[in-house]
Design a protein around this ligand. Sequence first.
Ligand SMILES: [Zn+2]
Length: 414
Amino acid sequence: MAAVDAAADLLLTAARLPDRDGLVDIAVVGDRIASNGPASVAARGAIDLGGRLVTPGLVESHIHLDKALLSDRVSTTAGTLEEAIRVTAQAKRSFTVDDVRGRARRVLDMAVRNGTTAVRSHVEVDPGVGLTGLEALLPVREEYAPALDLQLCAFAQEGIIRAPGTEGLLRRALQMGADLIGGCPYTDSDPIGHIRTVFALATAFGVDADFHVDFSDEPLHMHVREIADQTVRLGWQGRVVVGHVTELAAIPPFEQDTVVAELAAAGVAVVCLPATDLYLMGRGDDINIRRGLAPIRRLLAAGVPVALASNNIRNPFTPVGTADLALLTFLVAVAAHMGSPADLRALVDTITVHPARMLRLPDYGLVPGCRADLVVWECARAEDIPATLPARTLVLKRGRVTVEAEHRVVERWR
Ligand SMILES: [Zn+2]
C-alpha cells in the first residue's frame, strides 16, 4: 500500500491484520484509514501496537436496551420464553424515560469498552409502554454518537393485529426518527397479517425490516418463508434481517437446504442470539437437551450473512450478559461445533463484517478509505478472539481513540 502524501493524524505502528502476514502501519487521516502497509508517513500522533491484532469495530446487530438489566426487579420460575414475555410485559408498565435511559447507558458503556462501534437496538412500541422507550433512546443515539452508531428499530413485541393501536404507534415511531421497523409474528394472532403490516410500513417509510421469527424447539411456525417471499416480491433484498430462527434447525437437512436457499436468494440475513437461544430452548427436554440454535454452519455455507448478537442483558430472557460480542463467539465455537481455525475466523466475521452488512454501515472494513472504527486486541490472530477472549487495549471511532485499557497483573506467588 502506498504511503499517504499528507501527514497522518494518527499512525498505529506494528499492527497485525486478520488476513495478512507480517506487521503493518495503519495511517488515519480524519475519520478514515488512509493506508495500511509498511508506510513511512509523518504523523501528528503515533501508537506502537507491538504486533497486536486490529479488527474493524464490533457490530452488535440485535440488542434490547429498553428491557436490559431487569434481573433485580423481575423473577422467573419456569425459565420459558412464554414466561419471559409475560413477566417482562408486566415490568414494562413501570418503565419511565429516565429508567430506560439509565439502563441503556449502562449497557452501551459496557459495549463501548468491549470494542463495539455500531449497535442496532430493538425498542418496544405498543399500547402498554407507548413510545416511552423511543423517547428515552432517541437522545441516547446522539449522546453516544462519538463512540458508536446506534440504530433504533421500532419493534412490535406484543403483536400488531392482537394489540390494536400498535400500527399507529409504529407509524408515529418512524415519524419521530426510528431508523427501521421490527416485527415478531409468532406472538400475534394473525402472523401473516403481522408480516404484511411490517413490510407495508417498511416500504412506506423506505426503511429496513428486522423480525424476531420462528423461536421454538419444533417447526411450529416457519414464518421465515413468508418473510423471504415478501422480501423478493417487494424488492427489499438486502434490507431484511431475521433473528432466532431456531425452528430451522428442527427440520430434516434437505428441507433446511430448501429454506436456506430461499433466504440466500432473497438476501435475508440471520441473527443468532446464542445466549438467549441456549437458555430458553430445550426447556421441555428431560434428556439430551436440545441446543436450539439456528443452523449457523449451513447458513454460512450457503452464503447467508450470519451475525451473533447479545439480544438481552440480564433479564428474564437471558439472566447473564456483559454486552461483549467476543464472548458469543466463544460460546458458539462450543455450542455449534465450530472449532477449527477456519471456523473460529468465520465466527469473528459474525461479529464484524456480517452484521456490518446487515446494518448497511457505509465504508466498513480495514482497507484505505474505510472509516477508522477499529479495535486493538491483546492477541496476534483472529482465531485467538473466540479461543482466548483477549482484552481490548484500544478502541477507535471515526479515527478518534474512544477507549484505552490497561490490564495489570502482579503474580506475587512467584
Ligand atoms: Zn430480540
